[in-house]
Ligand binder design. Structure first.
Ligand SMILES: *[C@@H]1O[C@H](CO)[C@@H](O)[C@H](O)[C@H]1NC(C)=O
Ligand SMILES: *[C@@H]1O[C@H](CO)[C@@H](O)[C@H](O)[C@H]1NC(C)=O
Ligand SMILES: *[C@@H]1O[C@H](CO)[C@@H](O)[C@H](O)[C@H]1NC(C)=O
Ligand SMILES: *[C@@H]1O[C@H](CO)[C@@H](O)[C@H](O)[C@H]1NC(C)=O
Ligand SMILES: *[C@@H]1O[C@H](CO)[C@@H](O)[C@H](O)[C@H]1NC(C)=O
Length: 486
């Protein structure tokens, strides 16, 4: 068969047209960049001045390229990141702190740790890419409050960006990206090919003053943001994206943390969007560090297989004083879920959620007292968790399979549950029973469809469910306007 011949003239026209298009796209791109963020990119080796908001500003700034960084998406920058952080560490303390600037480019790297009084700043076209070279991922000890890795007994792979025993750590940028390239790990995990627990994208231990803002996190191997044993944490303006079937790609998991403020985040994930935790069974009980004084507001979530906000299941250090407001979700399994089990011990108490707008949910409210997962069989059968003082109000939900499924623990019911001003519109294929309740006690007011008998309606004259009126100190943290001037 004879091949179709393109006449030379029309071929040349096509080629010319393609090259013109490339030029015009290139020009438009440059124009867009220089209009939106004058000089935040490195042009001709010169870092231009730029401004950003953060909880503290830094005296010294260096670029990753000053340490041999190559942003070609192929060269490993692990040594460059580590050398940069080591260099900037000298400005902690009296030196005014250091900032590492990650320019536009694709910066492949293995895990690296941050330091004190330190800012990691990502240009909007910067992508930190997690390496898939497993020899670059150190295996570290399990967390004391877990006793083992979550996927496997024993150690676990390091997180991509880590740090411990630090003060004043900022990770921010003009919506730059950290990409965990997780598909590699998810496949190995599903295939049973991993010896150790997968690493997280960001994990900071024993750190005071953490500020993470204005970033996009993609395809983490497992959890995305994991502060542990830490305090005074603000997480703001973060976009987290992972396929909705990816395993354990939780969004933000404060774990044994106090004074946390999570706001204006958009999360699409294969597991809980926000999960508050505090250790696992006897290990969490021994460490005994609660998660408390936590604000969550203006969260948007898509999580078809999991919760918008989860409390647990690891809660053995206790969880108390959580205040969530202004929550939006579509296509998620449950709105708020409490997960615990005999053996966990501790408590989940003083939980307040006000203002949820939900669309396409299996359950608006879900509580589970028999969550089946234990680190080992050494857990204490007498360690019964206490769940009390749970207050949910001002909720509108549409296309819902079942309004609520509330299952406490027999002989240790979940008490002080209060649900008010909730309108649930059931889906065409909803369950016949819109509420199922066992081992729970509480009250309701203005809830439709009518809740189960264990949550009797208090009548129109009753008070709505409580929500704290005091202000938490973490709300008084203000962002400074910082600027880099060469
Ligand atoms: C995040 O970026 C927006 C612009 O995209 C800016 O207005 C805002 O101040 C930034 N916030 C923080 C906390 O850096
Ligand atoms: C980072 O810090 C952790 C905890 O202190 C440590 O286990 C790990 O080895 C460090 N990783 C690197 C790459 O230095
Ligand atoms: C970090 O702080 C914790 C708690 O104070 C302490 O137990 C641990 O030994 C410290 N780790 C390092 C590496 O200094
Ligand atoms: C940040 O980037 C993500 C991914 O491209 C995008 O969905 C999001 O809208 C961006 N956020 C801002 C504040 O520009
Ligand atoms: C009930 O909740 C809706 C939002 O879902 C809110 O607009 C309304 O003000 C609430 N009503 C009362 C009496 O608080």
């Amino acid at each position: 068969m004879e091949k179709t011949r393109i006449p030379p003239t029309s071929f040349q026209t096509l080629a010319l047209w393609i090259s013109l298009m490339a030029v015009s796209i290139g020009t438009a791109d440059c124009a867009r960049r220089s209009v939106q963020l004058p000089g935040s990119s490195r042009d001709g080796g010169v870092m231009r001045p730029f401004k950003y908001a953060a909880t503290s500003c830094r005296a010294k700034t260096a670029s990753l390229t000053d340490f041999g960084g190559v942003g070609d998406g192929k060269t490993s920058n692990t040594k460059a990141f580590q050398a940069a952080v080591a260099h900037l560490a000298q400005f902690a303390g009296g030196g005014g702190g250091g900032m590492l600037y990650v320019p536009a480019g694709r910066w492949l790297t293995g895990p690296f740790n941050l330091t004190n009084s330190f800012t990691l700043f990502l240009h909007r076209d910067a992508v930190i890419l997690a390496t898939q070279d497993m020899s670059e991922w150190p295996v570290i000890d399990p967390l004391p409050s877990y006793g083992r890795g979550r996927d496997h007994a024993g150690g676990r792979y390091s997180s991509l960006i880590g740090g411990s025993n630090l003060t004043d750590v900022i990770i921010t940028g003009d919506n730059g990206t950290i990409d965990g390239q997780g598909a590699f790990w998810w496949q190995k995990f599903h295939g049973g090919k991993l010896k150790y627990t997968r690493g997280y994208l960001i994990e900071l231990l024993h750190t005071d003053q953490i500020f993470i803002s204005n970033l996009t996190l993609l395809n983490s191997p497992a959890w995305n943001i994991h502060p542990v044993y830490s305090s005074n944490i603000v997480i703001s303006g973060i976009t987290i994206l992972a396929p909705v079937r990816s395993p354990n790609t939780d969004g933000i998991n404060p774990d044994s943390c106090s004074h946390v403020r999570i706001e204006d985040c958009y999360i699409v994930s294969g597991d809980d969007c926000v999960a508050i935790k505090s250790g696992w069974d006897e290990y969490g009980i021994a460490v005994g560090m609660p998660s408390q004084h936590i604000i969550i507001r203006r969260l948007t979530c898509i999580s078809p297989t999991s919760a918008v906000i989860a409390l647990g299941s690891e809660m053995s250090g206790g969880i108390q004083d959580v205040r969530a407001e202004d929550i939006t979700a579509i296509d998620s399994e449950s709105g708020v879920r409490i997960k615990t089990a005999v053996g966990r011990g501790a408590y989940v108490k003083d939980i307040f959620v006000r203002g949820m707008n939900l669309n396409t949910m299996k359950w608006v409210f879900w509580m589970t007292g028999s969550y089946k997962s234990h680190p080992d069989n050494k857990y204490d059968p007498n360690a019964i968790p206490v769940v009390k003082g749970i207050s949910y109000s001002d909720v509108v939900a549409t296309d819902v399979t079942q309004a609520a499924r509330l299952e406490g623990i027999s002989n240790a019911p979940f008490t002080g549950i209060c649900i008010s001003n909730v309108t649930v519109q059931l889906a065409a294929k909803a369950k016949k029973q819109s509420w199922t309740c066992t081992d729970v006690e509480g009250v309701s007011k203005g809830v439709s469809p009518t809740p189960c008998a264990s949550l009797p309606d208090q009548g129109a004259g009753a008070e709505p469910c409580p929500f704290p009126t005091d202000r938490l100190p973490i709300d008084d943290i203000v962002f400074e306007e910082c600027s880099y001037t060469s």
